[in-house]
Design a protein around this ligand. Structure first.
Ligand code: UD1
Length: 434
């Protein structure tokens, strides 16, 4: 159990580099499987989910190591197409290995990770696409076997621009006979990053960033080196933290365009924001205004992953903000915890109504999920007194050294590890080594 101890009230000030993107790294790590090759990836964050993805590769017979932010993969020796349940459970996005294994081995055997805290997360769009491409799918409880002697390209029309399904199809399509056209594709920057990586691997692919992606032939190129894009949600989180603490922060090595909708609302809230190609400087006097209506949408709309942290930044903003969550059915689990700090939020179905309060007061909270946990950190930074966040490891799934990054900007944040004893009542504490 991680314990985040946050003493609120410090303005965030200074400059920091933003980590590489988790959600871009994971499908690219899976993509390294699709042809026998040596891959070097740079700017990969050191995170539990990345570690789980590399362990899946090693289980399949590849070599895969991370040194600092570099990852080295050699996928020539693949000897297995089955991913055990224990590894699947570690990370929901392990489902992305299905398309990669189908492309490389013609067969993928895995179990479904099941629903998670954000509500039902089915994979029907993935499965339906693979079937249309000629794959045979057998489901036995939560085990799934997907096979195809040869996949065939076809035109697929997605009922919703699912990020994971678009990525999975892109991977499988590399091995398909003929052209695959994905209509209604997701347009997120992570999709464009994957397309760029596949192109460098030798895939004929175009249209990424639009709603139609066309994947043609694949001529493997062997060795490959690729730098992962920066993490737009981590950038958004730091921007929100700076905004609500009255900070003055420069975010470096970011792609401002990728989180421009978040910056738009922070500007509406009263922040002064200057961006150039790879930098964003945000200045705030800490007296934010409510921003009216925020609706989460597929990219280029406002990202669902930034919804909890923007909510946290606006808890003390003058007036009312209405958030409508359109992507996940249960993405307000942070609300109950934020209210323990004194926030005034009411939730009705997909809509959360935030009525700005004058003060927030430190309290003891429980991290509910990755971005919900990050939201509690943002709120704790602008609360009076100490906030303790008990976290079973959610936050570290997506944020690399977040305590150190925040401390370097002047925050008072400590990350400690709590060891429970058999009776669950006595604990010892130790500083977490990152
Ligand atoms: C990815 C991101 C996640 C982000 C989400 C939406 C990664 C590792 N995760 O998740 O951080 O919050 O995009 O931007 O990149 N759906 C179906 N059937 C399907 C697939 C999806 O109904 O077959 C639904 C989901 O239940 C959800 C919505 O579509 O309600 C969006 O899901 P999707 O875009 O697939 O998200 P992920 O790829 O899981």
């Amino acid at each position: 159990m991680d314990i985040w101890k946050i003493r609120g009230g410090s303005r965030l000030e200074g400059a920091c580099f933003v980590q590489g993107s988790k959600n871009a790294s994971l499908p690219i790590i899976a993509a390294s499987l699709i042809s026998p090759a040596e891959t070097e990836l740079m700017n990969v964050p050191r995170l539990r989910d990345v570690d789980s993805a590399l362990r899946i590769l090693r289980h399949l017979g590849c070599s895969a190591q991370q040194q600092g932010n570099d990852v080295y993969i050699n996928s020539t020796g693949i000897s297995e197409n089955k991913i055990p349940h224990s590894l699947m459970l570690e990370m929901r996005s392990s489902v992305i290995f299905m398309g990669a294994l189908l492309a490389r081995c013609g067969e993928a055997r895995l179990s479904l990770p099941g629903g998670c805290q954000l509500g039902k997360r089915p994979i029907d769009i993935h499965i339906s696409a693979f079937r249309q491409m000629g794959a045979e799918i057998e489901e036995d409880g939560s085990n799934i076997r997907c096979s195809a002697a040869r996949l065939r390209g076809c035109e697929l029309r997605l009922p919703f621009p699912s990020v994971g399904a678009t990525e999975n199809i892109m991977l499988a399509a590399c091995a398909a006979e003929g052209e695959t056209v994905i209509k209604g594709a997701a347009r997120e920057p992570e999709i464009s990053a994957l397309a760029e990586y596949l192109r460098r691997m030798g895939c004929d692919i175009e249209g990424e960033g639009s709603d139609t992606i066309v994947i043609g032939g694949f001529t493997p190129k062997g060795q490959l080196s690729y730098r992962v894009i920066s993490d737009r949600i981590v950038a958004a989180t730091l921007a929100c933290a700076a905004a609500c603490t009255g900070g003055d922060v420069e975010l470096r090595a970011v792609e401002p365009e990728h989180f421009s909708t978040v910056l738009y609302f922070l500007k509406q809230a009263g922040c002064d924001i200057i961006s150039d190609k790879y930098t964003v400087r945000l200045r705030s006097d800490g007296k934010l205004r409510a921003v009216g209506d925020v609706c989460t949408q597929p990219y280029p709309g406002f990202p669902t992953d930034a919804q909890p942290v923007l909510m946290a930044a606006l808890l003390k903003a003058h007036g009312r903000t209405h958030i409508t969550e359109n992507i996940f059915e249960n993405r307000y689990r942070q609300v109950e915890q934020l209210c323990r700090l004194g926030a005034d939020i009411s939730v009705n179905g997909r809509v959360a109504d935030i009525n700005g309060v004058d003060m927030l007061y430190g309290s003891s909270l429980e991290a509910t999920d990755l971005r919900g946990g990050a939201a509690m950190i943002v709120a704790g930074l602008s609360a009076e007194g100490e906030t303790l966040i008990h976290d079973e490891g959610h936050i570290k799934r997506g944020y690399e050294d977040l305590d150190q990054v925040l401390c370097s900007l002047g925050a008072d944040v400590k990350l400690e590890k709590m060891k429970g004893t058999a009776n669950g009542f006595q604990y010892t504490y130790e500083k977490t080594q990152n």
